[in-house]
Design a protein around this ligand. Structure first.
Ligand SMILES: Cc1cc2nc3c(=O)[nH]c(=O)nc-3n(C[C@H](O)[C@H](O)[C@H](O)COP(=O)(O)OP(=O)(O)OC[C@H]3O[C@@H](n4cnc5c(N)ncnc54)[C@H](O)[C@@H]3O)c2cc1C
Length: 334
């Protein structure tokens, strides 16, 4: 939170300069980066809204239309929405995203057990963007100073901001997204035993939500690693495991995995031979970084071995003067 407000001040200072100063774009991108990398271990919708969205709607001077640069933002997730919202009063912004909405990721697991929450946490791009153009399609490549989309549009830019954090394969409309949450909840309601595959933050969060709202359901969590939440310290892993094991209906299986091909149930067998009979399962494993769409462009040489884009200290792609990457797609180290 502190990092965000500090950057906000810095960012406001830059905004009092003309947008023709490139530093303005740099500060925005920097600010978005800080927001993205802030951790929200206990999601609070109101906290998120007050910190990030109030930041988005802060007052600032507008740049006259004729002087506006064309900024294309690819990806309408945390980073892309923030950048597009911040720049739309200062630049001619186009947001490219395959879905019509932004969704608060930290609310996703809560939405599975409480779908009505998605009415607030899933926000159509057209609801928070006032002047930016929205192209609802996946970007397919970057050709010269244009982004080419799957729908065949060619969107020219002066500045490009790439924020395609992870590949997206979910519903493209808000209504379908809400329906999917309702179907997920029904799956849990109808089940006596739920299997969750993956003991990273998403899997652990989902088990927590089920345990709290449905304490009578049996839940089995299977994780291939030797401890839960491996990206955090061992203290957190131990505390999480202890909490889950203190619940009467939760079983945690570590150092084991379930093959994802042809997953149907109700009989599941782990690699180590444990049989699990469950009525429903949820796969909560990490998604791939969303850089494959750049493979056929000149920018492909800037993709590192993890699929992330190589950026400099200003989030600018190495060797590029007008192309930036923000969020999970950028190979910054936190
Ligand atoms: C359930 C869940 C809980 C989380 N909890 C936390 C937490 O507590 N703390 C924390 O710090 N992080 C958390 N994260 C991680 C956090 O959400 C990510 O770090 C963050 O979303 C990254 O933002 P981003 O803008 O880089 O990418 P994303 O938010 O993943 O957005 C990527 C966007 O790119 C779009 N896209 C993909 N491919 C294309 C394409 N070819 N063309 C156009 N658009 C494309 C997608 O539609 C999407 O809108 C959580 C993630 C999840 C899923």
């Amino acid at each position: 939170m502190l990092a965000c407000s500090k950057n906000y001040l810095l960012h406001d200072k830059y905004l009092s300069l003309s947008f023709s100063s490139e530093s303005c774009l740099l500060s925005l991108v920097d600010c978005a980066k800080s927001c993205i990398y802030m951790k929200f271990p206990n999601f609070s919708f109101s906290l998120f809204v007050s910190s990030v969205l109030s930041f988005l709607f802060g007052s600032r001077e507008e740049v006259p239309m004729a002087e506006r640069k064309r900024v294309v933002v690819v990806g309408g997730g945390v980073g892309g929405s923030l950048v597009a919202k911040n720049l739309e009063s200062h630049a001619d912004v186009t947001l490219i995203d395959p879905k019509e909405y932004y969704e608060v990721p930290y609310a996703q697991m809560r939405c599975i057990v409480e779908p009505s929450m998605a009415e607030r946490s899933v926000l159509k791009h057209s609801e928070y963007l006032k002047t930016a153009h929205i192209v609802q399609s996946a970007a397919e490549s970057v050709s010269g100073s244009e982004v080419v989309t799957e729908s065949g549009e060619r969107v020219p830019f002066d500045f490009l901001v790439i924020t395609t954090g992870t590949t997206y394969s979910g519903p493209s409309t808000k209504a379908e997204r809400v329906k999917l949450y309702e179907a997920d909840k029904e799956k849990i309601v109808a089940a006596d035993h739920v299997l969750v595959i993956g003991g990273g933050p998403v899997g652990v969060e989902l088990v927590g939500e089920i345990v709290v709202d449905f304490p009578d359901k049996k839940v089995t969590l299977v994780h291939s690693g030797k401890r839960l939440l491996e990206f955090l310290g061992t203290k957190v892993s131990d505390k999480t495991l202890k909490w889950l094991q203190s619940k009467k209906n939760v079983e945690v299986i570590l150092n084991d995995r379930i093959a994802l091909e042809g997953l149907t149930g109700p009989e599941y067998v782990t690699k180590n031979g444990t049989h699990i009979k469950a009525d429903a399962h949820f796969v909560c494993i990490g998604k791939r970084v969303g850089s494959s769409w750049l493979q056929s462009s000149d920018l492909s040489q800037l993709i590192d071995e993890e699929g992330r884009l190589k950026v400099d200290a200003n989030m600018r792609l190495e060797g590029q003067s007008n192309i930036f990457a923000v969020g999970d797609i950028a190979n910054t180290k936190v």
